[in-house]
Ligand binder design. Sequence first.
Ligand code: FES
Length: 118
Amino acid sequence: MSSIHRLCRFEQLEDPGSRGFSVELEGDTQEILVVRKGERVYGYLNRCPHTGINLEWQPDQFLDLSQSYIQCVTHGALFRVEDGLCLRGPCAGDALSPIQVELRDGEIVAILDTLSGA
Ligand code: FES
């Protein structure tokens, strides 16, 4: 089963741009991030595959200076926006955990798997 979480309006994300969210799922808080690139939005768990900590230092700042890659600020790993693959850094070859995000009536929603259904 899955549960649907409204995150924000699409136009609230710059292009390119990113935002972080905390969503409640079955009594746990899941930290997630979304990135807009053009007319598409990508979503991942906010967890670096290197050590498992959050990626950002400043709220909603997940992109590198070039605004081309998702960056982990702790050791500088760079992840491809489109699939979360780490291209450079201590976890090169690993990837961020994707989450399903969709646009619904101009709103970005996250669809998260649940164990029990919601
Ligand atoms: S914790 Fe993310 S690159 Fe080391």
